[in-house]
Design a binder for this molecule. Structure first.
Ligand SMILES: [Zn+2]
Length: 385
């Protein structure tokens, strides 16, 4: 690499202004109205002389794809354009769609997750265009829709010819500039119990589907769904997130449904979680002949893991040394949540972004300004190594 990170045309003021512009275009998901922010990014890239592809995902929702060079194996720089909604704007200290700056932080919905880091990536990407001849690999930029709900954008992106030539990538999720190499898998399941309706004044004539759900849920809490033993992520967890049952207070409910959110580490399979639940239901049915219960899959996705010695991990660590100064033992992390990396399956992807992840999805969401310029320089340094 003949160019040092400080020689790249990356400017903090430009990153901040771009972040503010992105925050001022709401793109809450749900409903998933990323259209205006996608149009803004596309025209911003076009103004800088970069080619753009708008890849339709569904009506009025499209990914923005751009690339430098367009031929060989490429590094992917990826971020999502949607944000979680703002359910109670009145509870915010600052207007969630203004992008105000105070005490070293930039505030707003999406400031951290992830319009701030998208701005870092966009700025890095444009700076790389200026030093195109120095690139050791092609660079593809991808801004997706729908990361916060069903990762439809990333799934669709797999069909793009530019994404097909990607050999590894970085997703700009907020990680406080720590490389994340493991993401837990998730398995969303539904348990249904059926009963027999009766008048609420005569409960003995019915079979109460809510009461039949009760022992299932308490036994689930006691079960071990697999430890996996991965050093960077915890064992399998379960959240009982939704329960619905009954029609009226004076009727015995004849149906009840519970939705469960399992998060599991490498070494545990979604099939084994499903198998343990099925066995549990069989055991309970043997104890209670009235029990009518079944389990259904809503959706499951395996954990995502990049090996510590993968080229993308080495490149990122080297880039971090160049930008942040060398460090003997930089932390590699794992996270319990899923990202677009789950949908970009088969591509070794590391998560790395500016800002403290604890502020994501919160009121008064904010990004630490001092972490943004280093993030942009790291993104730009990787394909120059
Ligand atoms: Zn995110």
């Amino acid at each position: 690499m003949t160019i040092s990170p400080d020689e790249l045309l990356i400017d903090e003021r430009e990153i901040l202004e771009l972040t503010q512009k992105l925050i001022r275009i709401p793109s809450e998901n749900q409903p998933g109205n990323e259209k205006a922010v996608g149009e803004f990014i596309a025209s911003w890239l076009k103004d800088k002389g970069l080619p753009i592809e708008l890849q339709e995902v569904e009506k009025d929702r499209f990914n923005v794809i751009s690339s430098i060079k367009r031929s060989g194996p490429a590094l992917l720089l990826c971020g999502h354009m949607d944000t979680v909604p703002v359910p109670n704007p009145d509870e915010w200290t600052y207007d969630p769609f203004a992008g105000e700056i105070k005490d070293g932080y930039l505030f707003g919905r999406g400031s951290l997750d992830m319009k701030g880091s998208l701005a870092c990536m966009l700025t890095a990407f444009v700076a790389l265009k200026e030093v195109e001849e120095e690139l050791s690999q092609d660079v593809v930029f991808l801004a997706t829709v729908d990361e916060e709900v069903a990762t439809k954008g990333a799934k669709k992106a797999m069909e793009s010819s530019d994404i097909k030539r990607v050999k590894h990538g970085i997703i700009a999720e907020p990680t406080d500039l720590n490389p994340v190499i493991v993401q837990k898998g998730h398995c969303w399941l539904k348990i249904k119990t059926r009963g027999v309706a009766a008048h609420g004044a005569l409960p003995e004539r019915g079979v109460n589907a809510i009461l039949k759900m009760y022992p299932i849920l308490s036994r689930i809490q006691e079960l071990d769904f697999g430890k996996g033993g991965h050093p960077l992520v915890s064992e399998t967890t379960v959240n009982i997130g939704l329960i619905q049952g009954g029609v009226k207070i004076n009727m015995v409910p004849d149906s009840c449904e519970t939705s469960l959110d399992f998060r599991f580490p490498p070494g545990v399979a979604s099939d084994s979680i499903l198998g343990k639940l099925t066995t549990l239901l069989e055991e309970l049915k043997a104890e209670d002949k009235e029990l009518d219960a079944k389990v259904e899959i809503i959706k499951c996705s395996d954990p995502v893991e990049v090996q510590r010695d993968a080229p993308i991990v080495n490149l990122l660590l080297k880039a971090m040394d160049k930008v942040l100064g060398s460090h003997d033992e930089r932390k590699l992390l794992g996270v319990p949540y899923y990202t677009d990396a789950s949908a970009l399956r088969g591509i070794p992807i590391v998560l790395l972004g500016p800002g403290e992840p604890g502020y994501a999805h919160q009121k008064d969401e904010r990004i630490k300004i001092s972490s943004m310029l280093p993030a942009a320089k790291i993104y730009a340094t990787v394909p120059l190594l």
